[in-house]
Each structure stands twice: as C-alpha cells, then as structure tokens.
Design a protein around this ligand. Sequence first.
Ligand SMILES: NC(=O)c1ccc[n+]([C@@H]2O[C@H](COP(=O)([O-])OP(=O)(O)OC[C@H]3O[C@@H](n4cnc5c(N)ncnc54)[C@H](OP(=O)(O)O)[C@@H]3O)[C@@H](O)[C@H]2O)c1
Length: 257
Amino acid sequence: MPDVFDLAGKVIGITGASSGFGHHFAGVLAAAGATVLLGARREEKLSARVTEIIGQGGRAHAHALDVTDKSSIRQFVDYAFDSLGGLDVLINNAGVEAGAKTYAMIEEDDWDYVMDTNLKGAWMVSKYYTEKVQENKQAAGNIIMISSITDTRTIKGQFPYAVSKGGLSRMTEVMALEAARYNIRVNALAPGYVLTDVSRILLESEAAPEFVKGIPMRRFGEFEDLDGPILLLASDASRYMTGSVLTVDGGHICSSL
Ligand SMILES: NC(=O)c1ccc[n+]([C@@H]2O[C@H](COP(=O)([O-])OP(=O)(O)OC[C@H]3O[C@@H](n4cnc5c(N)ncnc54)[C@H](OP(=O)(O)O)[C@@H]3O)[C@@H](O)[C@H]2O)c1
C-alpha cells in the first residue's frame, strides 16, 4: 500500500518557524521527506533549526521573513520558486497576541499588530503564493492556515487575537472556494492550548489549573499531538479536503457551557 503521508519530493514553506509550532512542524515534515523552508524575523533561530534538521538527515533552508512586509514576503516565496523548484505547500503559521487585554483596553497599535500579522499577513502570503503557482504553471498548491479554537469559542481577554482567528478560519473557507480553480487546496488546523510564547500568559497563570478542567482530556496539548494532523493536511492523504478547519484540542470546544 502506498504511503499517502509521504512528503518526499515536496517543498514546504513555513511562516513563523523560529519557535513554537512552526519550529516543531519543520522537523516533523522534514522527517516525512519534505524539503522545508523556514521563515521568520529571528534569523539566528532559523539557522540553528536548519542545522539541526540537516544534522538529522533532513533537507532544510532558511529565509528571513516578515509577513507584514510585502517585499519580504516576495523574497521568501521567490526563494522557494527560484532556488527550490517551487512551493508545494505553504503553512501560514506566523502569529502574535496582544497580552491579556479586553476590547476596551487595547489601543489601535495592538489591533494593527495582531491583525496585520495573523490575518492580513496570511492573506498577503497566500495571494503572492497563488500568483507564483499560476506564473510557474505549478500543477497544484496547498495552503494550511494555523488558526485556533478561539476562532469559535473564547474567553475574556483574548481581543483581538480571537477576532483574528475567527477571520482566519473564515478566510480558509472563502479562499478554498476561490482557489479550487487553480488546483490549490486551502485548509486550517485549529489547535487547542499548547504552551508556547503565544499562550504562556494564560497557561502559566494562576487560572491554569482551573482552566484545564474545561478540557475533556484534562490536559493541555503538546507539540506531538499535532504531528498526525499536520501530516494529513500537508500530504496527499487529504487530497479531497479543502475548506476544512481541523480542530485538535482534546475536546476543549465540546465542553459544556
Ligand atoms: N500556542 C497555542 O496554544 C496556540 C493555539 C492555537 C493556535 N496557535 C497559533 O500557532 C501559531 C504559532 O504560534 P506559537 O504558539 O508557536 O507561538 P510562538 O512560539 O510565539 O511562534 C510564533 C511565530 O510567529 C513568528 N512571527 C511573529 N510575527 C511575525 C512576522 N511579522 N513575520 C514572520 N513571522 C512572525 C515568530 O517568529 P519571529 O518573532 O522570529 O518573527 C514565531 O516564530 C500562531 O499563529 C498561533 O496563533 C497557538
């Protein structure tokens, strides 16, 4: 039986790969045979991860990327098409939060910072990627958004992060509808809470032990919990999936109100 999760021969670009999920995904996808292109602003962290993956026998490259800067996006995507032979999968993973603030507390700068990175950034990278797929007559494309369960269920103090993730999941559906004509699939992964710099403020707070009781599986997620789902979305195993938002949260959003 062919291994439908095999990524040999595929080039996968990951935004926000200098830490957290993106850093982890790079290793998982390279181990499954992909050539991975890591992008983020902290270049020294990208280089260290690339060296690590190559040391483990994988194929990895790094390129500086700021998803809020159009010319930086172009350079990142162009690098894949010009130097790596194309970009089979784009993972829009870069994301930030504004601290534990309500809508009444945030300032315009907080709004712009979160929305420009999480929402506008994902759109701008996807737009340019779609242009390059067409220009290069690449037979198919695959976009994966890293959304969040805050796209549908949230708690106080996650403004405007949860708003951006709600938009990102809806963007996934609209883009899937519009991108099918280019043979580009668009899906999202919506993880529950995993300890990283984005979630630290909540997961290391005094409220964390009580918060975890709302998760049916009674634990926060771990990076490895996302390995199967990211391999599914990145590979041909999901070839008839587009417009899906895949929740991976230990049952958190099923919990009763
Ligand atoms: N942790 C959770 O519980 C959780 C749950 C659901 C979804 N998520 C989502 O998962 C994604 C990854 O977050 P994480 O939890 O792994 O946190 P993280 O460790 O803070 O990772 C965020 C990544 O985004 C990058 N980034 C931020 N602004 C950027 C920009 N302008 N251009 C390019 N890269 C940028 C950062 O790299 P540089 O600073 O080097 O640029 C970093 O690599 C985010 O979209 C987040 O919303 C997280």
